[in-house]
Design a protein. Structure first.
Length: 174
C-alpha cells in the first residue's frame, strides 16, 4: 500500500522498519494509551517476523510519514469481507496534536472504502483518550459501545474502552 497526499505518506511497513517500530513499542510513554505504560517486551526480530506474516488478506502494518520522515504507524485488519479494523499511533511526540492524525485516518479510510472495497471500518480507543475520540467523531465515526473496566493494562489496572464504526455512506471527507 502506498497512499500520498502532498507531504503525507502512508506506506506498507517492511522488515527494515522493525528496529524503528521496536524503539517505539518498547517506549512506555508512547505505548501507555494502549495499555503498556512500561512498553512492550518485544524484539526487533519478532516485529520483523510479524511484518513478514502480514498480507492484504489479513492485516497490514503501515508507516506514516511527513516529508518522508516516519512519525508513527497505522494498521488495518480484515475482520470479514466488508469490514476492516484500523488503528493509528503518532509515535513522534512533537508531531502529536497538529492535525496529522485526522489527515492520515481520512487517507487510509478513503483507500479502504474506494480501493479495497470495504463498507465498514471499526476501531476502539481508551475511554480516557478524548483527543482520539474527537478526531474519530469529526470524521464521521459513531460510538457503538462503551466497555467499562473491560480489560487490564500491563500494571493490572482496569481500563475502559469505547468502540466506533464508520459506514462508507457516513464518511466525512472534507
Amino acid at each position: 500500500m502506498l497512499i500520498t497526499n502532498k507531504d503525507l505518506t502512508i506506506r506498507t511497513a517492511n522488515i527494515d522498519d522493525a528496529k524503528m517500530l521496536g524503539k517505539w513499542w518498547r517506549n512506555g510513554i508512547i505505548m501507555a494509551h494502549a495499555g503498556y505504560p512500561n512498553g512492550l517486551k518485544i524484539s526487533d526480530y519478532e516485529i520483523a517476523e510479524q511484518i513478514s506474516s502480514e498480507s492484504d488478506e489479513n492485516c497490514r502494518r503501515l508507516i506514516i510519514e511527513i516529508e518522508n520522515i516516519p512519525i508513527g504507524e497505522m494498521m488495518y485488519r480484515v475482520l470479514d469481507k466488508g469490514t476492516a479494523e484500523i488503528g493509528i499511533k503518532i509515535c513522534v511526540l512533537s508531531q502529536q496534536e497538529k492535525g496529522y492524525g485526522s489527515q492520515f485516518i481520512k487517507m487510509l479510510v478513503t483507500d479502504l472504502f474506494n480501493n479495497l472495497g470495504f463498507e465498514k471500518i471499526v476501531l476502539d480507543t481508551n475511554l480516557n483518550n478524548l483527543r482520539a475520540q474527537h478526531v474519530y467523531e469529526k470524521i464521521g465515526f459513531c460510538k457503538t459501545q462503551i466497555n467499562i473496566d473491560s480489560w487490564k493494562n500491563q500494571l493490572g489496572k482496569l481500563e475502559s474502552s469505547v468502540e466506533y464504526e464508520l459506514l462508507k455512506e457516513n464518511f466525512i471527507t472534507n
